[in-house]
Design a protein around this ligand. Structure first.
Ligand SMILES: [Zn+2]
Length: 286
């Protein structure tokens, strides 16, 4: 599907009054993260409705504050880990966080332009994976009509292909990206994914999330075999070492525990995984 084709339309973002920029911003892009830290905002500062975030303010922010990490299809997780490590990382975009809606063609186009101008050291992409899971199809075979299934599938393909387009943009300008999806997901067979995998600088690495701290609510390890597509060498070096070595039994990611749906629970990156991604970005940039 052409990513510029709307799956559904909603009104264009409506600019509101731009927040004030720090008065002492300079145009010196060589400033380090430390030097910029006094002017640092936090991801929480820009939470709210994406359509109400003034685009000019975002662009001014990224012009003067080199971003170590930016996340798409995720609330601030790796972004927060980057903050904890002392880097400037102000932006995450997700419908559950600031209303950025990947199924809104206008928002897709606008964010793609923002990220092109932002040029973060590392762009972290976490498109929804549910519709590419064979188990999901099996469990919902009787619940969804063929039309509903086709609609959900089209939306998932639109979002995955959009993530690949953002990844290709980063590769084109020599910036890093990492795209995360379950290793067994059928999405990896999509033509755009195969095209990126055939690019010399881009590789994929599989790892187990139990080796990066994924635990059920009761503390049992959950394996979740995951694939990372990236043009950042340290991503592959660091995550290739994160293979399951559990001596206790895994908790299957199915059903619920303590009232928590485990499939939803397991979508949240564990902190050690976020920290490792930031470490890779820092190593790569040095
Ligand atoms: Zn394990």
């Amino acid at each position: 599907m052409d990513i510029e084709s709307p799956v559904h339309q909603s009104p264009s973002p409506v600019p509101q009054g731009a927040p004030h920029l720090p008065s002492d911003v300079s145009s010196d892009l060589s400033q380090s993260d430390d030097e910029l830290s006094e002017n640092r905002t936090t991801p929480a500062d820009i939470a709210g409705n994406f359509s109400l975030v003034h685009r000019a303010w975002i662009l001014n922010r990224v012009r003067f504050h080199a971003q170590k990490v930016c996340e798409v299809f995720s609330p601030p997780r790796v972004t927060l880990a980057a903050h904890r490590a002392g880097h400037t990382a102000d932006f995450a975009f997700d419908i559950t966080y600031n209303g950025w809606d990947a199924l809104d063609a206008t928002m897709r186009i606008e964010l793609r332009q923002i990220i092109r101008e932002m040029r973060p050291t590392l762009l972290v992409l976490s498109p929804p994976c549910t519709m590419f899971s064979p188990l999901t199809r099996m469990w919902n075979r009787d619940k969804w009509t063929p039309e509903e299934y086709a609609m959900r599938r089209e939306a998932a393909e639109c979002m995955f292909d959009y993530a690949l387009d953002l990844a290709a943009d980063m590769e084109l300008v020599g910036r890093g990206f990492v795209l995360e999806h379950p290793a067994p997901a059928s999405s990896w067979e999509r033509p755009k994914a195969q095209a990126l995998l055939a690019t010399p600088n881009i590789r994929a690495t599989n790892f187990d999330q139990c080796a990066t701290g994924l635990l059920s609510p009761s503390g049992a390890p959950m394996k979740k075999r995951t694939k990372l597509l990236s043009n950042v060498g340290p991503i592959h070096t660091l995550f290739a070492q994160r293979q399951c070595s559990c001596v206790t039994q895994h908790r299957t990611i199915q059903g619920s525990e303590w009232g928590v749906q485990l499939s939803t629970w397991a979508q949240r990156y564990p902190d050690p995984m976020c920290n490792l991604i930031v470490q890779a970005a820092a190593q790569w940039a040095d």
